[in-house]
Ligand binder design. Structure first.
Ligand SMILES: C[S@@+](CC[C@H](N)C(=O)[O-])C[C@H]1O[C@@H](n2cnc3c(N)ncnc32)[C@H](O)[C@@H]1O
Length: 207
């Protein structure tokens, strides 16, 4: 039986195991620019556009689905982007054990899996522990961006973030006009807005 060979995508795609037990940003990116994380980056539209627009920032996508992560990394590699990478694996392992405290400038969490059924809500990424992980890795004044189309998920996140003393709520980011398919913030934002669904946006700052 023929198998498709896996493309070598290093350094654009690596797994948690490839990286080792800790992440030193200067060693990882080869410079000391500020770092932003795209948690659950999926197809990487945000990661790609942000890295193209902001060369003075390093962007790291975290993606548990290796297939999606590799697809995103292929796009970054084709553009030879020096300031964007993807790590495949569970973001919670990275956030709790591998990222140095206070070393991240911003965390973007866009359209995390909704886990619609009530009995599955406990699987949602945002919970008390996740908020504390964000508080640990962010530098003072660092930002958490969270967007979703799921009203009850957004309410839950607002409750968690607003009650966490390490964060202050900021003004809600405005919706951007989209004239082309590339104008959307993420693939999920595009999909949901095209369906006419409202998008809930939240922004918090680390004290
Ligand atoms: C609904 S998709 C949204 C993707 C992208 N943020 C967007 O807005 O288009 C959620 C993504 O989070 C990823 N994900 C879920 N749990 C994760 C975890 N624990 N660590 C890393 N990625 C995760 C999923 O594999 C999926 O690609």
């Amino acid at each position: 039986m023929q198998t498709t060979p896996i493309k070598p995508l290093k350094p654009w795609f690596q797994t948690i195991e490839d990286v080792g037990s800790s992440l030193n940003w200067c060693e990882f990116f080869g410079n000391d620019k500020q770092v932003e994380l795209d948690i659950g980056c999926g197809r990487g539209l945000f990661l790609f556009n942000a890295a193209m627009l902001t060369s003075q920032t390093n962007f790291l996508g975290l993606e548990i689905d290796y297939r999606e992560g590799r697809r995103t990394a292929t796009r970054l590699m084709k553009q030879d982007l020096p300031n964007a990478r993807v790590i495949g694996g569970d973001c919670r392992t990275l956030l709790t054990k591998m990222v140095e405290p206070g070393s991240v400038h911003a965390a973007h969490v866009y359209f995390p899996d909704p886990w619609w059924k009530k009995r599955h809500h406990k699987r949602r990424l945002f919970n008390d522990e996740f908020v504390l992980m964000l508080a640990r890795i962010l530098q003072p004044e660092g930002l958490v961006h969270h967007w979703t189309d799921v009203a009850d998920y957004f309410e839950m996140v607002q409750g968690l973030m607003d009650h966490c003393p390490q964060f202050i709520r900021c003004r809600t980011p405005a919706e951007r006009e989209a004239t082309t398919d590339m104008d959307y913030h993420t693939s999920f934002e595009r999909k949901k807005r095209k369906l006419g669904l409202p998008i809930y946006r939240g922004l918090w700052q680390r004290r």
